[in-house]
Design a protein. Structure first.
Length: 695
């Protein structure tokens, strides 16, 4: 039977089994009848994974400890419960866990310390082990924004889900696809909030996973554990109850996060080009192929590049603003082939001439790229880069799995097989720097090199000879900083080249160039100072991710620029709806250009065939014009520089139609904002072509 001991914070009571350290109960003092935990007697107190001599993951837990000690005491912070497990799995591996609390603070603080004398690579320590009921929804800071996931749709909790391996994707970690360090259960009553207060870019996995008794709010502290020695985590994991709306959880985290060094507001950032703050709509031009997984011929309507100028002029005139023309899939080997990508399709001279003319018109030109990946083939145009890979010693640059094998991507094998590139490896660094320098010499000013390093993620690598420890860890965030600070920087004030530390030179730079670097998906919080903007693909009601919420906008809008050129909306009003929601959520609008000068008004996160035509290009352009005018005018202090607030209560019409399936979308999108000087505003956008009333 458990031997319970009760710890109290300002808000909650936590009951712990003194004989094991297992969490038994969490109840809010304001609602003591509601049990917030749902653990089972056989749940572990912690989990730990290490790599054996064959490079395979092995797991141990509290059930595998030979000895156990528990200590309850007072320290300078308040009450302290310490639990020690010794000889885990019969190895010279010991773990000390602690829970700290105080009646004057609102959270319970968890920490772990490891003594490792095995010589084995410890991959992670999973602590605390928190299981909550399967009611409500789960707020996940991942990917395009945030998710309020239904527990029935969550993956199951099993050891493989906690392993850094290709089958789990190339960036499931923080700082990476997980852009903030917290999880929350949101229910009708009190919810449960779990967060880390790390400020040093330590790698973590944060996941909500189904178990038999409930949903685990799990955190794994990954990497930087000594193979022989002792380490105590340099930060805490916090547990508490909260009022159960997702905004309440986001408020708790935002209050802490905006005090950190990564959260410089745009009003104080000196690295954001003036042209970007003026909100030019972003227009994509795809130069080869119509979709990713299909034929990839050059598009004759766009080549040579000068053909794009009158098409873009029509868009610019219609939206009443200068543009950012984003050139994509121009690579020599085919769409997104990297690093065997020069010269571009259509010729380098044509690219330069097009960019020069675009800049004369007051526009800016950029590109999405392919990040630190090595593409070996393109199955739709016959490209085979094996010889190039071998001639340039690509095997030295690619990430390695725990067993030493190259890290192959899983998701692109049916059209563009590739390997992840290790960002800390010197040759990866050199190739990336030379690639970006070449684009800047062309005159490009909006460069999304990290298009596949989603959320500014560094890919994991277990190599012994890449200049980093042979496991994921803090080196990953440091490698991202090293490579981005080596890119050419042109300051908005002086418009002079700031030489990077690697000593590169950038001849033939166009005068007055102001370069902005961006990421695919919102930049994780730790890397925010490295990037000017992000490609944030929102979902509109009745389209895309049904559990999408603008969590990233709520946390960090005031610190960065977001654009929604490739967001998703329901046909036949895809651009109108996504521009409305992206507009009220504080994003620069945009779209994909077709060869006749119209916009691709299709329900897609990126590409689709141009035919059959869907929707009204005129209405789409009108919506972009309205949002752009608002961002550049009356809404600037809010939609460019502002902090998102909990939305107002707005009642209005809902538009229903059938297109492929039943659709129901409010006629008016809305959001609430606070400007840097403290003023409040509600922003509303009517995406339809008829007047609408709201209350």
């Amino acid at each position: 039977m458990p031997n319970p001991i009760t710890l109290e914070s300002a808000l909650d009571k936590l009951i712990v089994d003194q004989d094991t350290g297992r969490l038994l109960s969490l109840r809010a003092k304001a609602d003591p009848e509601v049990e917030l935990l749902a653990g089972a007697p056989d749940d572990p107190v912690f989990g730990l994974q290490y790599i054996d001599e064959e490079g395979q993951y092995r797991s141990v837990s509290s059930a595998d400890g030979v000895g156990f000690r528990c200590l309850l005491a007072d320290d300078e912070w308040g009450t302290f419960l310490g639990v020690t497990y010794v000889e885990l799995g019969g190895l010279e591996l010991h773990l000390r866990l602690s829970i700290g609390t105080c009646s004057e603070v609102s959270t319970f603080r968890f920490q772990a310390q490891v003594w490792n004398r095995t010589g084995l690579r410890i991959m992670d320590v999973q602590y605390p082990f928190v299981v909550v009921p399967q009611n409500g929804q789960f707020l996940l800071p991942v990917g395009h924004g945030g998710r309020l996931a239904n527990p029935a749709h969550l993956p199951t909790d099993e050891p493989a889900r906690w392993q850094m391996a290709p089958e789990n994707g190339n960036s499931p970690h923080y700082p990476g696809r997980v852009f903030a360090q917290f999880l929350a259960q949101c229910s009708e009553a009190s919810g449960v909030y779990l967060a880390c207060d790390d400020t040093a870019g330590n790698v973590k996995l944060l996941q909500a996973l189904r178990r038999a008794s409930g949903v685990r709010l799990g955190v794994a502290h990954v990497g930087d554990w000594p193979v022989n020695g002792k380490r105590q985590l340099e930060y805490h994991t916090h547990l508490r109850s909260f009022q159960a709306d997702w905004h309440d959880a986001a408020d708790i985290y935002r209050d802490w996060a905006l005090q950190q060094t990564w959260a410089t507001p745009l009003t104080k950032r000196e690295d954001i080009p003036a042209w970007l703050l003026d909100s030019p709509p972003h227009v994509t031009i795809r130069l080869q192929g119509y979709v990713d997984d299909g034929p990839a011929p050059p598009i004759e309507e766009f080549l040579p590049y000068e053909k794009c100028l009158p098409l873009l002029q029509g868009v610019s005139d219609a939206v009443g603003a200068p543009l950012v023309a984003v050139m994509m899939s121009w690579e020599r080997g085919g769409p997104w082939v990297y690093p065997d990508c020069f010269p571009p399709v259509g010729g380098e001279e044509s690219v330069r001439a097009f960019i020069a003319e675009a800049r004369e018109r007051g526009w800016h030109v950029g590109s999405f790229c392919n990040g630190t990946r090595w593409v070996l083939k393109h199955l739709f145009n016959g490209y085979d880069g094996t010889a190039y890979y071998e001639a340039h010693h690509g095997e030295r640059t690619v990430c390695r799995q725990a067993d030493g094998e190259p890290w192959r991507e899983y998701w692109d094998q049916n059209w563009r097989p590739s390997l992840c590139g290790c960002m800390a490896q010197a040759e990866t660094h050199r190739i990336a720097r030379r690639f970006v320098e070449r684009l800047v010499r062309w005159g490009m000013e909006s460069i999304q090199f990290f298009d596949q390093n989603c959320n500014a993620a560094t890919f994991p690598c277990f190599a012994y000879d890449h200049g980093h420890p042979p496991a994921p860890g803090k080196w990953m965030a440091a490698a991202m900083a090293d490579i981005t600070t080596a890119f050419p920087i042109l300051t908005p004030v002086s418009q002079e080249v700031a030489p990077p530390p690697k000593g590169s030179s950038f001849p033939e730079l166009p005068d007055g160039l102001q370069v902005a670097y961006s990421t695919e998906n919102p930049c994780n919080e730790f890397c925010l100072p490295l990037f000017a903007q992000s490609d944030c693909r929102i979902s509109v009601p009745s389209s895309g991710e049904g559990d999408y919420v603008p969590l990233y906008h709520y946390l960090y809008h005031e610190c960065t620029i977001l654009h929604g050129m490739m967001s998703i909306g329901p046909e036949p009003y895809a651009i109108e709806t996504r521009t409305a929601w992206g507009g009220v959520w504080g994003q620069i609008p945009g779209a994909v250009l077709c060869g006749d000068g119209t916009l691709l008004n299709r329900e897609t996160y990126n590409w689709a065939e141009w035919e059959p035509k869907v929707g009204s290009s005129a209405n789409a352009l009108a919506m972009i014009r309205s949002v752009t005018a608002m961002r550049r005018g009356a809404g600037r202090d809010f939609l460019v520089y502002g902090r998102m607030q909990r939305e107002a209560k707005v009642r209005g019409e809902v538009i229903s139609w059938t297109h492929g399936r039943e659709r129901e979308v409010p006629a008016v999108a809305h959001a609430a904002w606070r400007s840097p000087d403290g003023r409040h505003a509600v922003v509303l956008a009517n995406w339809t072509d008829q007047p609408r009333q709201v209350k």
